[in-house]
Design a protein around this ligand. Structure first.
Ligand SMILES: Nc1ncnc2c1ncn2[C@@H]1O[C@H](COP(=O)(O)OP(=O)(O)OP(=O)(O)O)[C@@H](O)[C@H]1O
Ligand SMILES: [Mg+2]
Length: 312
């Protein structure tokens, strides 16, 4: 439905995305996370075409209707809360139902937008978006202005609807309740996992621990070959072996360590016994493997990968 293919984007010297690829599938509710300033809002703007990619491309299904709730609202067309919600094109009773859910009373419906607080203006914009039912909802921190009761209504509404959505939020409890997938902008790429935020954090820990372990093994292998080269470099009888090892060293693609060193280590490096969330394209696969088996095979796969990459 929407696909980023090897997208790069930077502002001046700040690189936000470097060859990031990801796919938004119909019916999924994706939580987009990452620290302040990492590029989350920019990603939504790229999808909307408000910003251009530097490289790569964004593919969208033809005639895709995208609804956007910006992080900072400027103006909303309309005079009263109710007009601004239905804007003449949608049934008034549906607009009222949604406004009520978002905490408006009957008497608030006719209040001018200018008399509403920023938080309530944001709710009007959200009400209009929910009513217009676009193919994809892009929401930038939608719960910032919602009290607990209204947030509950909003979560229920999203869970009952079949909206495909990409929602930026720092509210991890909200993401735990509504997200089917998490994307994190991290090291200029987009990491993706299936499940809610808690599952994502566990997955990332496991992934990065295994990646670090694989990189350690690769370093050891490289060290071993380098030692051989250093030792026999000047021995004529070993010249061809030294040459072939030098070539191997040149070809090695180093495994990246993306782990934040401040984060705690997972005992045993790999993740045996860990309920390993499937990753990316496995979303709809029906693997019969047990989580323990999946985790073990996955670690083994990474190990084989690292070993064959080093191939020394
Ligand atoms: N139009 C622009 N021109 C130059 N720099 C920009 C522009 N838009 C964003 N930036 C910079 O790009 C970086 C990412 O901004 P962005 O708003 O996408 O971050 P964010 O992840 O949404 O942050 P937050 O969580 O604070 O909302 C920031 O350093 C920001 O200052
Ligand atoms: Mg932002």
């Amino acid at each position: 439905m929407l696909q980023l293919e090897s997208v790069s984007k930077q502002f001046a010297t700040k690189v936000l995305l470097k060859e990031a690829s990801v796919h938004l599938r119909p019916g999924t509710r994706v939580g987009l996370v990452g620290p302040n300033g990492v590029g989350k809002t920019t990603l939504l703007r790229l999808v909307l075409g408000e910003q251009d990619v530097d490289d790569g491309r964004i593919r969208k299904r033809p005639r895709l209707r995208i609804g956007y709730l910006p992080q900072d609202l400027e103006t909303i067309p309309g005079h009263t809360a109710l007009d601004a919600t239905h804007r003449g094109s949608y049934p008034e009773h549906d607009a009222k139902r949604i406004l009520s859910g978002l905490g408006f009373t009957e008497s608030d419906f006719s209040r001018p937008l200018s008399a509403l607080s920023g938080g309530f203006r944001m709710r009007v914009a959200l009400a209009h978006l929910l009513l217009s039912a676009p193919d994809i909802l892009l929401l930038d921190e939608p719960t910032n202005h919602l009290d607990k009761a209204t947030q509950r209504w909003f979560e229920d509404f999203l869970l009952k609807s079949s909206f495909t959505m990409l929602v930026i939020s720092h509210d991890t409890a909200f993401l735990d309740r509504i997200a089917t997938h998490i994307w994190e902008i991290r090291h200029q790429r987009i990491m993706e996992s299936v499940g809610n935020y808690t599952k994502y954090v566990a997955w990332r820990e496991a992934f990065e621990a295994a990646q670090a372990a694989a990189a350690d093994r690769q370093d050891k292998e490289i060290g071993r070959v380098q030692k051989f080269v250093d030792r026999f470099r000047y021995q004529a009888t070993k010249a061809s072996q030294v040459q072939s090892r030098l070539k191997q060293l040149e070809k090695v693609k180093r495994i990246e360590r993306t782990r934040d060193p401040k984060r705690r280590a997972i005992p045993n490096g790999c993740v045996s016994g860990f309920p390993f969330p499937r990753h990316r394209d496995d979303t709809r696969s029906t693997s019969k493997a047990s989580p323990r088996h999946t985790a073990r095979s996955w670690c083994t796969a990474l190990w084989i990968f690292s070993w064959s990459e080093a191939n020394v």
